[in-house]
Ligand binder design. Structure first.
Ligand SMILES: [Zn+2]
Length: 204
């Protein structure tokens, strides 16, 4: 496949910005276990109807990396910022039209900021946005960020946890999704598109 992604011009600036946040909020001191990393990945993915990848050790690697199936996390990335960063790649890659965007696009940073703010209550929007400006990082407008309504997230999270998604048993996943349609409908009026897009993502 031809790679049509635009050049990743702000990658280093995004790393610097995250580094500043980590220092500001002492995040490096809060190392997570792989299990906690997996839990965080799964929760974030459920908020975006994205199939959660499996968190892997990443031992011997210099950098973390993410795709639809795995997130590899060497020890130094097992903290809130490292996990949110890698999960944002997975979430952003699932957005329509994102194939052509660079990996650390303004939209990526917007997702990173919004997810960070909800996971880290000690942070304030003003200072996080301010640090992005200081680091010269371009951020997409806040209305570009989309997440599922809380009730849908809860249901999807339950599905992700109940079904062993690593087995990728398509029939079982589909049956579970269909079975939860009523509850999803109770939570969100126009649920058809949600169910079909979640199904597409589960079954790809
Ligand atoms: Zn990255």
């Amino acid at each position: 496949m031809v790679n049509r992604k635009a050049r990743d011009v702000q990658k280093m600036k995004v790393y610097e910005f995250e580094e500043e946040l980590a220092e500001l909020y002492d995040i490096h001191d809060e190392q997570l276990t792989l299990f906690q990393c997996q839990e965080l990945v799964t929760r974030i993915c459920s908020e975006h109807a994205v199939h959660p990848p499996e968190v892997m050790d990443g031992r011997g690697r210099k950098n973390a990396c993410a795709d639809t199936l795995w997130i590899r996390l060497p020890k130094q990335f097992r903290n809130l910022i490292g996990v949110i960063h890698e999960t944002c790649h997975v979430v952003c890659n699932s957005i329509d039209g994102a194939d052509s965007l660079p990996d650390h696009s303004p939209l990526f940073v917007r997702y990173f900021i919004e997810i960070f703010l909800t996971r880290f209550p000690k942070s304030s929007r003003d200072s996080v946005e301010n640090y992005a400006t200081i680091c010269n990082v371009e951020v997409a407008p806040v209305d570009r960020f989309k997440a599922l309504p809380p009730e849908c997230c809860k249901k999807l999270l339950q599905l992700f946890i109940e079904v062993d998604w690593r087995n990728k048993d398509q029939a079982q996943l589909e049956a579970q999704l269909e079975a939860s349609r009523e509850e999803l409908e109770a939570a969100e009026e126009n649920v058809d598109s949600l169910v079909s897009s979640a199904r597409e993502k589960f079954l790809q």
